[in-house]
Design a protein around this ligand. Structure first.
Ligand code: ADP
Length: 814
């Protein structure tokens, strides 16, 4: 015999009246208690001494339950052959092992339920179904027969029910728990709880629940064997609690799943509604119009196939997003960027060297050497256009024409001109952009400028290469390397664009004030062209030929309306500006033009001629005066020549002594190299004290202080060494240094004078300040021919090999 249900137990979702599928058993009658068989008095019946035993598997039958059983085994069929429905009693006993096909007494438990057979249904395929009503527990006393079916002598078991407070509490508790289980189990009909309420007898209640609990068969059998109703209910209460916990948990999980499904459905629904609203308002059409336009733009941009495919993919994504969504505008902006880059747009290359020379000469005064180098560079490019030409880098102080040379090159080649300043850039993203995942991300400066200029082959000037920094946000120099390297820049990848862009037809030019701070890797890739500062005469010529005409033009004036005399220009150069280039000169000329233009506009004047004496009225008092006479002429002050980013400068080195122990103090914003050179100078003086006629006591009883004024400007470099030496000696000997002498040169501890750089700027600065004699290191003699004759006019150069020679000159003991 087998249970019809595949589930090995009567699970809670197998409530008994579901299991009965036969209209001869009226469920309504059962529920209303009209059927005798379902009466709580079911235990009151006559149990024969000997009964036939029907072994059942995977189930335990409890008194009070009605269940259908499918009969298949031979022995079971033999038992049923002698049975009369509603009259005969059989014993239902569970098998210990459900696999045993022909169980003997040892294979079944010894306690079972006596049951009345309600109905036998013969199925068409030959199988038999019986409906049994279990009535009471019995115990097998003795086996009587094994064949043709098991027969045994049996005895009814008496259940123990003592109505205690505990039992009452248990009943309430179990009922509540069972009701909760029913509510949480969707497959259990609500009527079950009604049924539950109607069972009053604790033992019946326990059996009813035991029959419907999902438990292992051995556990179920134990419940059957427990005769004490209180104990049985206790166990049931525990099992119910377990089951409840599992159910509640699964209910929670289901709830959560349902919530999330509901949410996504809701979103989908709302989006569909939005689309509908948009199309009602005509905006949906607008969106499709917009998408069509972007599609056209993508095709028009003639980007490489791979990039185009990616752009089209993004467009496809865009078409699926409502236009109000923030993601829409992110993708839209990206696509705009991609479409507007000059993938295929370029200006026609024209490399006419004669024309280039004409343009360079037209735009710039003098600069012969520089122009020659540029023309050579262009000629090589013309002969070998695909060759990897080096990148030009102009080095020089501000205002010497680096940018304007770049512009002229662009003009000569028929290319567009772009310029970005790298000063202070510390973040790699400035060059290469931010990834699109950042809010407000944009491409880096390189692509931004290329988009603005709209051509893929401009002249691209990278200003202030010496001022790039590096910090935790990455090293912009390494990104620049990729930009400048012809081996890599054909596939420059910007983080934002995330697609390679070919930079190989861009012509890069770098500029810097100094060579040293340029990162070495960048320096290596460039051809350095130096542009030193201009002489007074050069400045005057630039002003007359270029700056004045340009400013007149910009201010709507003509030569007839305004004349600036040479004397005025020279006065501006000498007293209103102190620079290597011509930037401030141009600014002052512009100021004059403005003042005159105002007068003419007010009809005060019709034309003006500006002379030196008019300058004070327009530009204010002169800003630079010779400090020489003020500073020098007293012991301890020497004039050094320095090279700064703005050109040559005069530095006054002041030494002083005070009572102390021979210590040396240094001030005046001086860098490490200059500090060391001051200490070296001091040591040279100390070690040559005897030779110099200096009393040894002066180092024991006095402290020394070297100060380099000129306010807060940082100064560095070794070239003031010789001036520091002479300044200390002059102090110690109490002899003033010749005020018309300036000097420059590094010194060694043994008193040798070493060569220095920036000669032209230094000589120009000395001349401008009215210095007549310049002491220079002997080894700089070879550079003198490079200095323009005009700068050398009226100047005396004294070349020295050591400190003794220098001292003789400055102290006039020569
Ligand atoms: P930089 O880039 O070196 O700082 P700019 O190129 O901006 O300097 O030059 C400043 C101004 O000086 C520009 O108007 C430029 O035309 C002018 N200038 C500089 N050098 C010359 C020159 N040799 N001939 C004519 N104009 C010059």
């Amino acid at each position: 015999m087998t249970n019809t249900n595949k589930n090995p137990s009567f699970s809670h979702n197998n409530w008994l009246f579901e299991a009965i599928d036969d209209d001869s058993v009226n469920i309504e009658e059962f529920l209303n208690g009209e059927n005798d068989l379902f009466h709580e008095d079911h235990r009151k019946f006559e149990l024969p001494n000997v009964i036939g035993i029907l072994p059942i598997r995977n189930a335990v039958s409890y008194p009070g339950t009605v269940a259908p059983l499918a009969i298949g085994r031979k022995a079971s069929k033999a038992l049923l052959a002698n049975i009369k429905p509603n009259k005969s009693i059989i014993g239902l006993v569970t098998q210990r092992n459900s696999e045993t096909e022909a169980p003997n007494f040892k294979d079944i438990y010894s306690i079972g339920t006596a049951a009345s057979v309600l109905k036998i249904i013969k199925m068409p395929q030959g199988s038999i179904h019986v409906i049994v009503h279990s009535l009471a527990r019995f115990k097998i006393i003795k086996p009587v027969a094994k064949k043709p079916y098991l027969k045994a002598k049996v005895q009814l078991l008496k259940e123990k029910v003592r109505m205690t407070k505990k039992l009452q509490a248990l009943i309430v508790n179990v009922r509540q728990a069972a009701n909760r289980v029913i509510t949480l189990s969707p497959s259990v009909p609500e009527e079950a709880s009604f049924l539950l309420e109607n069972i009053e007898d604790p033992s019946s209640l326990a059996d009813f629940l035991a029959a419907n609990l999902s438990l292992p068969i051995a556990e179920k059998q134990k419940l059957l064997e427990e005769l004490d109703a209180t104990k049985r209910l206790e166990k049931i209460s525990l099992a119910l609690a377990n089951q409840l916990e599992v159910l509640e948990l699964s209910h929670k999980i289901q709830g959560r799943v349902r919530d999330s499904v509901d949410k996504s459905q809701r979103e989908y629904f709302l989006q569909e509604q939005l689309k509908a609203i948009q199309s009602e308002l005509g905006k949906g059409d607008l969106q499709t119009e917009e998408l069509k336009q972007i599609h056209k733009n993508i095709k028009k941009a003639k980007m490489p196939k791979k990039v185009e495919a990616e752009a089209l993919r993004e467009l496809d994504r865009l078409s699926k997003i409502p236009s109000v969504s923030p993601e829409y505008s992110v993708i839209r902006t990206y696509l705009d960027w991609v479409c507007e880059l000059p993938w295929a747009v370029q200006t026609k290359e024209q490399l006419d060297i004669i024309k280039a020379e004409r343009i360079l000469n037209h735009d710039h005064y003098n600069l012969k050497k520089v122009k020659k180098r540029i023309l050579e560079f262009l000629a090589v490019r013309k002969l070998n256009p695909t060759g990897k030409s080096p990148i030009l880098c102009f080095i020089g102080p501000p205002g010497v024409g680096k940018t304007s040379l770049g512009k002229s090159i662009a003009r000569a080649m028929g290319r567009k001109f772009i310029r970005i300043s790298l000063g202070g850039i510390r973040d790699e993203a400035d060059i290469r952009g931010h990834r699109r995942t950042y809010i407000g991300a944009l491409p880096g400066r390189i692509l931004q400028e290329l988009r603005k200029c709209g051509s893929k082959n401009p002249v691209f000037m990278l200003d202030e290469l010496d001022k790039i920094g590096a910090d935790f946000r990455g090293d912009p120099a390494s990104a620049l390397l990729e930009v400048l390297d012809p081996e890599q820049n054909f596939s420059f990848t910007d983080h934002y664009l995330d697609q390679p862009f070919n930079l190989s037809s861009v012509m890069f030019i770098g500029t810097a004030n100094y060579t040293e701070p340029i990162p070495p890797a960048l320096h290596d890739r460039m051809e350095i062209i130096e542009l030193p500062g201009y002489t007074e005469n050069e400045k005057l010529n630039i002003a007359k030929k270029y700056l004045v005409p340009r400013q007149l033009d910009e201010h709507g004036l003509t030569k007839n309306k305004l004349t600036i005399k040479d004397s005025a220009l020279l006065a501006i150069i000498q007293s209103y500006t102190r620079e290597a280039g011509v930037r401030n000169l141009e600014r002052n000329i512009a100021a004059i033009c403005r003042a005159v233009a105002t007068d003419i506009a007010k009809a005060k004047k019709r034309r003006a001629t500006i002379d030196k004496k008019d300058l004070a009225k327009i530009l204010g008092p002169a800003q630079f005066e010779s400090e020489l006479a003020l500073r020098t002429g007293i012991p301890g002050v020497a004039t050094a020549l320095a090279y700064t980013p703005v050109g040559g400068e005069l530095l006054f080195i002041e030494s002083a002594s005070m009572p102390g122990k021979g210590q040396l103090q240094l001030t005046g914003q001086i860098g490490d190299v200059m500090k060391e050179s001051a200490q070296a100078a001091f040591s040279v003086v100390k070690s040559n004290a005897k030779k110099l006629n200096i009393d040894d006591d002066k180092f024991k009883n006095l402290d020394y202080h070297i100060h380099v004024p000129a306010g807060a400007i940082p100064k560095d470099g070794p070239s003031a060494g010789i001036a520091m030496f002479t300044s200390i000696v002059s102090l110690l000997l109490n002899k003033p240094i010749r005020p018309d002498v300036a000097m420059t040169g590094e010194i060694t501890l043994r008193g040798l004078v070493l060569p220095i750089g920036g000669l032209k700027e230094k000589i120009l600065a000395a001349k401008q300040a009215g210095i007549k004699t310049v002491i220079l290191p002997d080894r700089n003699k070879k550079d003198i021919p490079e200095i323009p004759a005009e700068a050398k006019k009226g100047m005396k150069f004294k070349f020295v090999k050591n400190t003794t020679q220098a001292l003789k000159i400055v102290l006039n003991t020569d």
